[in-house]
Ligand binder design. Structure first.
Ligand SMILES: [Zn+2]
Length: 419
């Protein structure tokens, strides 16, 4: 099957004017100029005035907090924000969780994401939820274990037993997410590190807030006090940065996505680069909390792979009507880093995120052998403005193909223009 479009942007190379993509089964077999394709026009589906590009890859998300949009005003303290979200979660039953999760997955699809790394908090709901979305998923099962008297070995063994008994549909791969170094005690991080070294993918929030930084570097502050009151053993604080703490626990590894990394110094960045850790930056969440500027240049210079995530709608300004939207994340990133070229920003939401999920060559680009996950955006401008047009795109995408099937707007409405 050939698809023709005004612009085909493989992302791994420059946009092609009047381009064509050949799909066989669930894979791409060729990406060409239409003039180089030796078939008759009637044998292709002409999508017309669109940019055809790879589906976006979201490196960090929480579907289950989608219905928390607009529920927590930006708090003066990160510890206070945690108290708010814990209270909201306490009122959330399985039915509410299910609904919020599915709404989040649907928003991601409508906004052109085809692969999502999602943090999962209720694993008993997952087998049912996984069947309800066509998205490619990389679920990370969240672990929170902070009390000194908790049994890390038993908790980890139980989760690993569950993951072995509950394989994902379509061969997607499960991972683990020790929540953060302040909520996952060192004993748990060391045990997770051993599994990470064996190839189990992991994601962890790291160096997100000034309060986390103060807790690990100086053994003080609102987060330190809140966690000490909650029964956490705090003797691992006052010994250096959160990144240094994570490294002492052995969890910095090329299989880890470290989420946020807002409060890192030059030595931390060198360590992240040396260990091959991928960093997921969430621009709207960063703006919501008013963190200090994200150290993009230093990370780029050190060679850290930086990708983008949406985080959850509990940390996006704009009230109850905001949606999980990678285009909005890219625009927010551009506002904060206007010197970054649009193409480089799109790379963070495609190629770099694919690399972080060990899916390079499979998703995040249109290339022979990659999976047929594509999106189409309305576009009638000149070729050179295609990357800018991608960043400017607002609202649902025109169409989404996932695994070789048109699944958006709906399975029966393949975007057909006479070829
Ligand atoms: Zn998060």
């Amino acid at each position: 099957m050939w698809l023709r479009a005004r612009v085909v942007w493989p992302v791994s190379c420059a946009p092609i004017s009047d381009g064509a993509v050949c799909i066989e089964g669930n894979s791409i077999t060729a990406v060409e100029r239409w003039s180089d394709v030796s078939i008759s026009g009637s044998a292709a589906t002409d999508l017309g005035e669109v940019i055809l590009m790879p589906g976006l890859v979201n490196a960090h998300c929480h579907f289950d907090y989608t219905d928390f949009a607009g529920r927590i005003s930006p708090a003066a303290s990160f510890a206070q924000w945690i108290r708010h979200i814990v209270a909201l979660k306490a009122d959330f039953d399985d039915a509410a969780h299910w609904q919020s999760w599915l709404r989040g997955a649907a928003q991601c699809l409508a906004h052109g994401m085809t692969t999502v790394a999602n943090i999962e908090t209720r694993r008993e709901c997952l087998p049912g939820l996984w069947q309800q979305t066509p998205l490619r998923l990389r679920p990370f099962i969240e672990m929170i274990l902070l009390r000194a008297d908790s049994d890390a070995d038993a908790a980890l063994s139980e989760i690993l037993r569950w993951t072995n008994q509950n394989p994902l549909p379509r061969g997607d791969r499960l991972g683990l997410s020790p929540h953060a170094p302040y909520t996952a005690k060192p004993d748990l991080l060391r045990r997770c590190a051993a599994r990470l070294a064996d190839g189990l993918p992991m994601a962890m929030h790291l160096a997100e807030s000034a309060e986390e930084d103060d807790m690990f570097r100086n053994a003080r502050g609102p987060l330190y006090e809140m966690l000490a009151d909650a029964g956490r053993e705090m003797s691992d604080c006052g010994l250096g940065s959160a990144v240094l703490h994570a490294d002492r626990c052995g969890i910095l590894n090329r299989g880890l996505i470290a989420v946020h990394c807002n409060y890192v110094d030059a030595a931390d960045i060198d360590l992240l680069a040396k260990r091959g850790v991928h960093v997921a930056h969430c621009p709207r969440s960063h703006s919501y909390f008013g963190h200090r500027p994200f150290p993009l240049d230093a990370m780029a210079k050190a060679g850290v792979n930086v990708c983008l995530g949406t985080d959850s709608l509990a940390t996006v300004r704009g009230g109850a009507r905001v949606e999980l939207d990678m285009f909005a994340e890219m625009r927010q990133f551009q506002r904060a880093h206007p010197e970054t070229a649009p193409t480089a920003i799109v790379h963070m939401a495609t190629l770099n995120a694919a690399r972080a999920l060990s899916l390079q060559g499979c998703v995040g680009e249109l290339a022979p052998q990659s999976w047929a996950d594509l999106i189409a955006l309305p576009f009638a401008g000149p070729l050179a403005s295609a990357p800018d047009a991608v960043l400017c795109h607002a609202g649902p995408v025109r169409a989404v193909m996932l695994n070789g099937q048109w699944i958006w707007p709906s399975p029966s409405s393949a975007p057909v223009h006479a070829g």
